[in-house]
Design a protein. Structure first.
Length: 342
């Protein structure tokens, strides 16, 4: 085995605003949990992490706080992020022998040097002995099976919880990129604000996400579904039920969806003409949880005139791409950014 090859215990991690996914060489994706930590305010100790902590969001007593330590794709709470990473690493590698993996972490392409350093430090703090960085659109393109090393234009739009990453990739590098801090979270918030404004009803984050997933759309649907939701009436303070239609939710989320469409157009505008021709032929690849919003591909096709393809497993593309870097380090190391010396 070549000296640069990663060994079995090494890992790739998609450290997302909404979910963290972990890939281990030789085992594939071994963990997919919400990026949520429940903390005891009195002791500072961690009560729960991941799925168990997400169940507590909006339902905790005063002494327990459920937090999401990442915001807009970057670390907002360093200590909590490091503790969450340590928890996930130990959950994956129960043996002490496996406690110091080498780690590939995905980051948004638009983050600053300071934010990038925070990711590397959090990985080290969590027990990784060496940390590599890969930009999310590159990882998404590799995970979606695009031929990133060929001299042709490949366009990927990765819509996560906190950010939307758009990139045109050719010859193993990013030629044009646009990164905006708009994603699934902003769509959820748009639903909350709409229901508050139109119905004087206060909706929780989890309920808003549920509404988006069940009846949300970016383009008119042939069969427009509706859903009953429960929330707290802001006037009486009592629980109340209202009926929401798909058309209402489409109107509610139109502003963040339009931001994403405009960012795609901006990236196309930055693309060299030769590569634009390739994208016309090959189409735009949609990845990330936001790619699953009904009608988004149709809306993008309508607005840009381009062919739009949704990746086979949009939620897993980023971590699968980073995982391929772990599996084929010699072949793909040029797309990684090694940790910089202090």
């Amino acid at each position: 085995m070549a000296s640069t090859s990663f060994i079995g215990r090494d890992m790739a991690m998609d450290l997302g605003t909404a979910n963290t996914l972990v890939y281990v060489r030789g085992r594939g994706i071994v963990l997919n949990e919400p990026s949520v930590v429940a903390i005891n305010e009195l002791t500072g100790g961690i009560v729960a992490v991941g799925s168990e902590a997400k169940q507590m969001v909006g339902r905790t007593p005063g002494t327990i706080r459920a937090v999401r330590p990442l915001k807009d794709g970057v670390i907002a709470d360093f200590d909590t992020t490091a503790r969450m990473l340590r928890y996930f690493i130990r959950k994956v590698h129960k043996s002490r022998f496996f406690s110091q993996p080498r780690l590939v972490i995905c980051v948004p392409s638009g983050i600053t040097g300071v934010e990038r350093r925070a990711v590397v430090d959090a990985g080290k703090e969590a027990g990784a002995r060496k940390v590599y960085i890969i930009e999310e659109p590159m990882a998404a393109a590799i995970g979606a099976g695009l031929p990133v090393h060929e001299p042709t234009g490949n366009m990927v739009v990765d819509i996560g919880g906190g950010t939307t990453e758009i990139a045109v990739i050719s010859l193993g590098g990013i030629v044009a990129t646009t990164s905006i801090r708009t994603g699934g979270d902003e769509l959820d918030n748009a639903v909350i604000q709409y229901v508050k404004r139109e119905y004087s009803l206060l909706l929780g984050e989890r309920s808003a996400e549920d509404v988006k997933m069940k009846i949300g759309s970016a383009f008119p649907l042939p069969d427009e579904p509706n859903i009953e939701i429960r929330g707290r009436d802001l006037i009486t303070g009592l629980p109340r039920t209202v009926l929401l239609t798909s058309e209402e939710i489409r109107r509610a989320i139109d502003e963040p969806v339009t931001k994403i469409i405009n960012a795609v157009k901006e990236c196309l505008d930055l693309t060299p003409p030769e590569l634009s021709g390739d994208i016309m032929d090959r189409g735009i690849m949609l990845t990330g949880g936001g790619a699953m919003l009904r009608g988004l591909d149709e809306r993008l096709r309508h607005e840009t005139g381009m062919k739009v393809v949704i990746a086979e497993d949009p939620l897993d593309c980023v971590v699968k791409g980073a995982g391929r870097c772990v599996d084929n380090f010699d072949e793909l190391q040029q797309v990684l950014v090694p940790e910089s010396p202090r």
